[in-house]
Design a protein around this ligand. Structure first.
Ligand code: NAD
Ligand code: IPM
Ligand code: MN
Length: 361
C-alpha cells in the first residue's frame, strides 16, 4: 500500500533527526512491503530564508494532501529577532491551526534500560513509568488575543488565555478515550489553575461534565504548580494528564526528563476529522548541538511509530519500531543525552543505523 508523507525537516538538529527517521521509514517499507512516499517541504526558519514567511501556502497544501506529516523542529537564533508573527515558531502554530490538530499526545515512557538516565531516586520509578500527556494544542494563550499598548505605567503587552466549552470538551473526550484504551490505571488527572483563572474554572466544569460519560475512568484534578512538583515527587501516580496548551507544553518537557531525556519523547498531533496528523519530537531545534551529529534521533523515530499507529493503523509496523529502539537501548547504545558520565556514546547517525539494523519483521 502507498502512504503519502510530507516531511518538514525544519531547522537546527531538525534535518539531522528527520534524515534518520526517513531511513527507518525506508527500511520499514522494505520489510513490510509498503511504499512510504515522502515529499520534503519547508517550514520555520528554512522557509523564512527562501520565501520570507515561516509557513508558505504550498507547505500547507502539500501537508493537507498527505496522509501524515513528519516534522523535525523549527526555530533558532538566526530568526529570534523577527517580529512574532514572522518567527519560525509562528509557522508551527499556523500548521497546527490549519490542520485543526487540537489533540497533542505526548507519551512519557521510562524504558527499563534507561532507568539510570532518570534523575529521580530509583524507588520513585520502580516498575517503570508510562504517562500520557494529553495537551490541548490549538487554543488557550497561544492563540488568544495578543498585543502591545500604552498603559498607565508606559508600554505593556498582553496574551489572553481563552477556552471555549467546545475546545475543552473535545480534548477532555480525547483524554478519557485514551485512558480507557491504554488499559493502565484508567485515570485522568486534569491539570488547571482553577483557584485563580476563570478559564480554568470553565475547564474544570466541562471536564467534570464529560467525565460523567466515562464512569469507568477515575478523574482527579490538580493545580498546575502542584502537578509540576508531583511529577518529580511521585510520578507513578499519573496515567493520563489532561491539560491546556501552555501547561501541557511545560509539563511535557518536565515529564520527558523524568524518562531520561527530552531526546526520547515523541508526539502525535491529531484532529478528529479528515486532516493528516503531525508527528514530531517534543523537543526543539537544539541550536547548541546542531550540525555536530550528537542529537538523539529516538524521539523522532518513535514519532514515526506513533504515525504508524494513529495515521495508518499499522500496529505491527509500530511495534517493530518500538522493539528496535528497545533492543538498541538494551544493548547499551547511548547518545550523549542518555549516557552516564564517562560512558561511551554514539552519534545521531550511528544511533539511526543501529535502530535500522534492529528492525525485524
Ligand atoms: P530545545 O528542546 O531545542 O533544547 C533544550 C535542550 O535540550 C538543549 O540543551 C538541547 O541541546 C537539548 N536537546 C533537545 N533535543 C535534543 C535531542 N534530540 N538530543 C539531545 N539533546 C537535545 O529547546 P530550546 O533550547 O528552548 O529551544 C531551541 C529552539 O527550538 C527555539 O528556537 C525554540 O523556539 C525551538 N523549539 C521548537 C520546537 C518545535 O519545533 N516543536 C519545540 C521546542 C522549541
Ligand atoms: C513544542 C514547542 C512549541 C510549543 C513552540 C516551538 C511553538 O515548544 O512543540 O513543544 O510551544 O508548542
Ligand atoms: Mn515545548
Amino acid at each position: 500500500m502507498k502512504y503519502k508523507i510530507a516531511v518538514i525537516p525544519g531547522d537546527g538538529i531538525g534535518p539531522e533527526i528527520t534524515t534518520q527517521a526517513e531511513l527507518v521509514l525506508a527500511r520499514l517499507g522494505e520489510l513490510f512491503g509498503h511504499e512510504f512516499a515522502t515529499t520534503h517541504v519547508l517550514a520555520g526558519g528554512a522557509a523564512i530564508d527562501v520565501f520570507g514567511e515561516p509557513l508558505p501556502d504550498q507547505t500547507i497544501e502539500i501537508a493537507k494532501e498527505s496522509d501524515a506529516v513528519l516534522l523535525g523542529a523549527v526555530g533558532g537564533p538566526k530568526w529570534d529577532g523577527m517580529p512574532g508573527h514572522l518567527r519560525p515558531e509562528a509557522g508551527l502554530l499556523k500548521l497546527r491551526k490549519s490542520l485543526n490538530l487540537y489533540a497533542n499526545l505526548r507519551p512519557a515512557i521510562l524504558y527499563d534500560a534507561l532507568k539510570e538516565a532518570c534523575p529521580l531516586r530509583a524507588d520513585l520509578v520502580e516498575g517503570g513509568l508510562d504517562i500520557l500527556v494529553m495537551r490541548e494544542l490549538t487554543g488557550g494563550i497561544y492563540f488568544g488575543e495578543k498585543g502591545r499598548r500604552e498603559g498607565p505605567n508606559g508600554p505593556e503587552a498582553y496574551d489572553v488565555e481563552c477556552y471555549s466549552e467546545m475546545e475543552v470538551e473535545r480534548i477532555a473526550r480525547a483524554a478519557f478515550e485514551a485512558a480507557r484504551n491504554r488499559g493502565r490505571d484508567k485515570k485522568v488527572t486534569s491539570v488547571d489553575k482553577n483557584n485563580v483563572l476563570e478559564s480554568s474554572r470553565l475547564w474544570r466544569e466541562v471536564v467534570i461534565r464529560v467525565a460523567a460519560e466515562y464512569p469507568d475512568i477515575t478523574l482527579e484534578h490538580m493545580f498546575v504548580d502542584n502537578a509540576a512538583m508531583q511529577l518529580v515527587r511521585a510520578p507513578k501516580q499519573f496515567d493520563v494528564i489532561l491539560t491546556s496548551n501552555i501547561f501541557g507544553d511545560i509539563l511535557s518537557d518536565e515529564a520527558s526528563m523524568v524518562t531520561g531525556s527530552i531526546g526520547m519523547l515523541p508526539s502525535a498531533s491529531l484532529s478528529s476529522a479528515g486532516m493528516p496528523g503531525v508527528y514530531e519530537p517534543i523537543h526543539g531545534s537544539a541550536p547548541d548541538i546542531a550540525g555536530k551529529d550528537v542529537a538523539n534521533p529516538i524521539a523522532t523515530i518513535l514519532s514515526l511509530s506513533m504515525m504508524m499507529r494513529h495515521a495508518f493503523g499499522l500496529e505491527s509496523e509500530a511495534a517493530t519500531i518500538d522493539q528496535a529502539v528497545k533492543e538498541v537501548l538494551e544493548a547499551g547504545w547511548r547518545t550523549g543525552d542518555i549516557a552516564k558520565p564517562g560512558e561511551r556514546t554514539i552519534g545521531t547517525k550511528e544511533m539511526g543505523r543501529r535502530i535500522i539494523d534492529a528492525l525485524k519483521r
